[in-house]
Ligand binder design. Structure first.
Ligand SMILES: [Zn+2]
Length: 437
């Protein structure tokens, strides 16, 4: 313990994990007057550290009312406020980036500030104006996964996309909090909320604009062909070339909920499969997946999203199953484009496990990975990885052998959870894409 000569220094002691305990040996402590001095000192100390630097690590009160460690990613002056009145954009180091958010100073425990600011980031992205360079960067990186980016580009992407711009959107009867940054055109930079037409996906800055639009918009479902209908569920196939604006709007919207998706400006090359719940007011988008018209790497799915109000209802599993049904009709094997989002990977693992283990359970006698692949349209590599992760594969005499003990299979199937909504293949009316002309 250091000397307690000045209140200022004592404060620092407390801040360093002493938890505000006072040394019983110090005659000055316990004196009522000291508390006033101490809070003065606290004020001084706080004033000296404010505004907090970008990069500061500190504890922050979260929505569970508990304090969690955060890193300050960005700060912004509050409108009509004093010199130190900032809001802070923080990343909870224990949580996924989608929980990053703006917080007020009151939520931060300044006594927990770590004095060493790591990797001092320049305070330059306060306004989210896209420089031409950044715009080009995003254009250039379309269609590629992040594994294609070099470390510098990835850092730049993270730097540029670190702060969410649009906080909420209105879509149909839902108001939805967004999760991630999406590079809307620059004229939308100052918007905190956007209003989407739920049918054509045009987006507007003001509610009145949307109301005017809804009176004129004649769409009641996504543009394109309805290729599946079962009960109240319909799937529409939208050609990005024929419906360019819709495709782009869908990408802007989707990026708000996908971290590592790079935006496709070149929607011509894609088909979008948009799943809807239908009622007498129209067909309301639940989620979608996109698919390249021609994929050299046998990708049968590029991006997949279930909108937040419809999550945990089995729609993600339905979309994945649907993508494989299309591959089966094409007579090809397919695999999702990488990188997969965290939620995407979970859903895929579950799907592969259920489909493969169901077959293994029913099948009598030997079965090869090639045969499994032919039956399911799942790429052999994905089958191998799934079975290996479940420790169902052994390597004997230069061959992979599947070991399928029924009890073990049942245990894994139970852990993989239920399959969600089934795709009724008899309701799928579809012919694979062919270039016209
Ligand atoms: Zn519309």
């Amino acid at each position: 313990m250091g000397s307690l000569d000045s209140p200022r220094e004592r404060e620092r002691e407390n801040g360093n994990g002493n938890g505000g305990c006072r040394s019983p040996g110090d005659p000055k402590l316990g004196d009522g007057g000291m508390i006033v001095v101490e809070s003065e000192a606290m004020k001084k100390r706080r004033a000296s550290m404010l505004p907090l630097e970008v990069g500061t690590r500190v504890m922050c009160r979260w929505r569970d009312s508990k304090y969690h460690p955060v890193k300050v990613i960005e700060r912004r002056k509050m409108p009509s406020a004093g010199p130190n009145d900032y809001e802070y954009y923080v990343h909870y180091t224990e949580f996924n980036r989608r929980l990053d958010e703006w917080v007020k100073l009151e939520q931060l425990d300044l006594d927990s500030v770590e004095t060493v600011v790591d990797e001092k980031v320049e305070d330059k992205v306060t306004s989210l104006k896209m420089t031409r360079h950044q715009k080009r960067k995003i254009d250039e990186t379309h269609v590629e996964g992040h594994e294609e980016l070099d470390a510098a580009s990835l850092r730049e992407h993270e730097e540029f996309t670190k702060v969410k711009n649009i906080a909420t959107i209105e879509l149909g009867r839902y108001e939805i909090e967004t999760w991630y940054f999406s590079p809307f055109p620059p004229e939308y930079n100052d918007c905190v909320k956007l209003y989407f037409c739920e049918f054509c996906l045009n987006f507007m800055k003001r509610k009145e604009q949307l109301q005017r639009h809804m009176r004129k918009c004649d769409l009641k479902h996504p543009p394109g062909d309805e290729i599946y209908r079962c009960g109240t569920l319909s799937m529409f196939e939208v050609d990005g070339k024929k419906n360019k604006v819709y495709g782009q709007n869908l990408c802007y919207l989707a990026k708000l909920f996908l971290d590592h998706k790079t935006l496709y400006y070149d929607v011509d090359l894609f088909l979008f499969y948009v799943l809807c719940e239908c009622d007498d007011r129209g067909c309301h988008m639940v989620g979608y997946f996109s698919k390249e018209k021609h994929s050299e790497e046998s990708y049968n799915l590029a991006c997949i999203l279930t909108l937040p109000p419809y999550q945990r209802k089995g729609y993600g599993k339905f979309l994945i199953a649907f993508s494989y049904e299309l591959s089966k009709k094409e007579g090809k094997v397919g695999t999702p484009e990488r990188p997969l989002s965290d939620l995407g990977l979970l859903s895929y693992r579950g799907y592969w496990t259920r489909v493969l283990l169901d077959i293994l359970k029913k099948h009598k006698g030997n079965i090869s990975i090639k045969e499994l692949s032919d039956m399911t349209a799942i790429k052999a590599e994905d089958i191998l990885a799934t079975l290996q992760s479940l420790e169902l594969i052994q390597y004997r005499k230069g061959q992979h052998v599947i070991c399928a003990d029924p009890k073990v299979l049942d245990r894994h199937l139970k852990a993989a959870g239920r399959g969600g909504l089934e795709v009724d293949v008899s309701k799928l009316i579809w012919t694979p894409y062919k270039e016209q002309g």
